[in-house]
Design a protein around this ligand. Structure first.
Ligand SMILES: O=P(O)(O)OC[C@H]1O[C@H](O[C@H]2O[C@H](CO)[C@@H](O)[C@H](O)[C@H]2O)[C@H](O)[C@@H](O)[C@@H]1O
Length: 277
């Protein structure tokens, strides 16, 4: 398989560094919109064909493969089906934007504490949704955070706009953070994001290079952490899918693909290049 279109010099350098020394590389990828297509019901998201095999193949030669997601870590392991998948015994899943860490080698989860504001927000949400005129918005209760989805409503974008201000106020009052995503507004603990999660992962693994794949606004923090790392010598490839149409992310990427199948193509090309070196 040929090298994908890498649009930047930094991306070329990152690709070559990973190929030359995979043992010091991390491969980290988001789940929704990157390994799985976006679907109406969050419970039905699944990785596209070939996604886990592509990660498993890379896992043979790189230092660490990780999934970094806004989902709870256990939900992500269930939806992805990574538990017991051949070749993914060293996988790490960073859930809740890094609040939780699940390790395939032990099956154990560690988590930062959940702030009390989540319980307060949970209690106040139904009335807030009613007052905002969207009582039927789907609330995905993730225990450590609450995601309000508008995708299945008759006017998804209008409902998203109507909810933004009241949910921002609720986040302020409960000392939570409002995380906007693709037709979803999440109330979640502050002080952690995918950038913090990735910095911790790079530090704990001592990796010198990384490929990070994302699609939505929540991945911007990871992109920024990688860009910051580049200033102190980290070699990196930033891969974005167009799944969520997040312009800022797409413009910052070294490689852009349309959808999760494109991610599989890129990951496969990377392991082919490693195998051919
Ligand atoms: O970090 P991620 O793995 O990308 O998770 C971010 C949020 O993704 C999910 O919502 C998105 O995907 C749903 C299923 O395809 C879709 O219905 C929704 O509109 C998208 O915003 C998930 O439900 C959230 O909990 C995640 O935080």
């Amino acid at each position: 398989m040929s090298t994908p279109v890498i649009q930047t010099d930094l991306g070329h350098a990152g690709w070559q560094a990973i190929v030359a020394d995979p043992a010091s590389a991390v491969i980290a990828t988001d789940f929704d919109g990157v390994l799985s297509p976006l679907v109406e019901d969050p419970a039905r998201a699944r990785p596209v064909d070939g996604a886990l095999d592509a990660l498993a193949r890379l896992a043979r030669s790189v230092r660490q493969v990780a999934i970094v997601t806004g989902r709870p870590a256990l939900v992500a392991t269930e939806l992805t089906g990574v538990t017991g998948h051949p070749g993914l015994g060293g996988l790490v899943v960073l859930g809740h934007y890094g609040l939780e860490q699940w390790e395939a080698s032990t099956g154990k989860i560690t988590s930062d504490p959940v702030p009390a504001g989540v319980a307060v927000a949970r209690e106040r949400l139904p009335e807030l949704l009613s007052i905002a005129g969207v009582p039927d918005a789907f609330v995905e209760d993730k225990e450590s955070s609450l995601a309000v989805h508008t995708r299945r409503l008759s006017d998804p974008a209008g409902a998203f706009d109507r909810l933004r201000t009241p949910l921002t106020e609720l986040a302020d009052e409960t000392q939570l953070r409002l995380e906007p995503g693709n037709l979803v507004l999440e109330l979640r603990p502050p002080g952690i994001d995918k950038g913090v999660a990735l910095r911790r992962l790079l530090e704990s693994t001592g990796a010198q290079s990384i490929l990070y794949a994302g699609d939505d606004l929540g991945d911007l923090a990871a992109f920024r952490a990688v860009e910051e790392g580049r200033r102190t010598g980290l070699n990196a490839v930033l891969l974005a899918t167009r799944s969520s149409g997040a312009t800022e992310l797409i413009e910052a990427a070294d490689i852009v693909v349309d959808d999760p199948s494109g991610v599989v193509t890129v990951l496969t090309a990377l392991s082919d290049a490693i195998a051919a070196r």
